[in-house]
Design a binder for this molecule. Structure first.
Ligand SMILES: N[C@@H](CCC(=O)N[C@@H](CS)C(=O)NCC(=O)O)C(=O)O
Length: 214
């Protein structure tokens, strides 16, 4: 069985958990505790020199970076639920939405960035939270704006079935809720979020349903 190195609160891991569930690929979770620094501990670092979760391991190899993992899963198992559309234009759009979340919002609010703000730049809790909320608001506003008048957006970020972009959106909304970001100004995103959370694949991947949930 394949293995997913994961942490319950890791939103990048959450993306891959959703993708695995959508594609109905069974996997064994291996917990890497981020607060305990296990991501940069010797054992895990030897497996993933990037020192980040998720890491996905199957019979073909070891795969890091959540977007690359989801694309790999889609190519390796094309007969299961498609995470990317069949047309080139649709794939470009889904990748663009996914990257807006995974490359423009998430890295600014990653654990090591927040730790640096706190310990090296001596920001107090309020300072760190303000930073967090600022970048979430800027990113989600951009995403909401992009969806207005976009004919491709429907029940999900792209069309009538969830794609890789939805796998990125839902964990980002969970993070935003955890940091008490104001989400009332993103009605389109929140509708997509609600639609996704009605699906078993999304529901079962959420942080508090993971074995390492506190
Ligand atoms: N771009 C990477 C991001 C991975 C990432 O940043 N993972 C976080 C958890 S969501 C992590 O391991 N953080 C550890 C740290 O910052 O020390 C991906 O999409 O997989």
């Amino acid at each position: 069985m394949s293995i997913l190195f994961t942490f319950f609160r890791s939103s990048a891991s959450f993306r891959v958990r959703i993708a695995l569930n959508l594609k109905q690929i069974p996997y064994q979770p291996e917990i890497i505790s981020l607060p305990n620094g296990e991501q940069v501990g010797g054992t895990f670092l030897a497996q993933n020199p990037q020192g980040l979760v998720p890491l996905y391991v199957d019979a073909n190899g070891s795969f890091s970076q959540s977007l690359a993992i989801m694309e790999y899963l889609d190519e390796a198992l094309p007969s299961a639920h498609r995470l990317l559309p069949s047309d080139a234009v649709g794939r470009a759009r889904v990748r663009s939405l996914s990257m807006l979340i995974a490359c423009e919002i998430h890295p600014l609010n990653n654990l090591r960035v927040l730790k640096y703000l706190k310990h090296e730049l001596k920001q107090d809790e309020e300072g760190v939270n303000n930073w967090y909320r600022h970048w979430v608001a800027e990113g989600l506003q951009t995403l909401e704006r992009q969806l207005i008048h976009d004919k491709h957006q429907s029940a999900y970020l792209h069309g009538e079935t969830p794609t890789m972009a939805d796998c990125c959106l839902v964990p980002q909304i969970f993070n935003a809720k955890r940091y008490e970001c104001d989400l009332t100004t993103y009605p389109k995103l929140m509708k997509v979020f609600e639609n996704c959370m009605k699906l078993h694949a999304f529901d079962q991947a959420q942080p508090n349903k993971q074995p390492d949930a506190a």
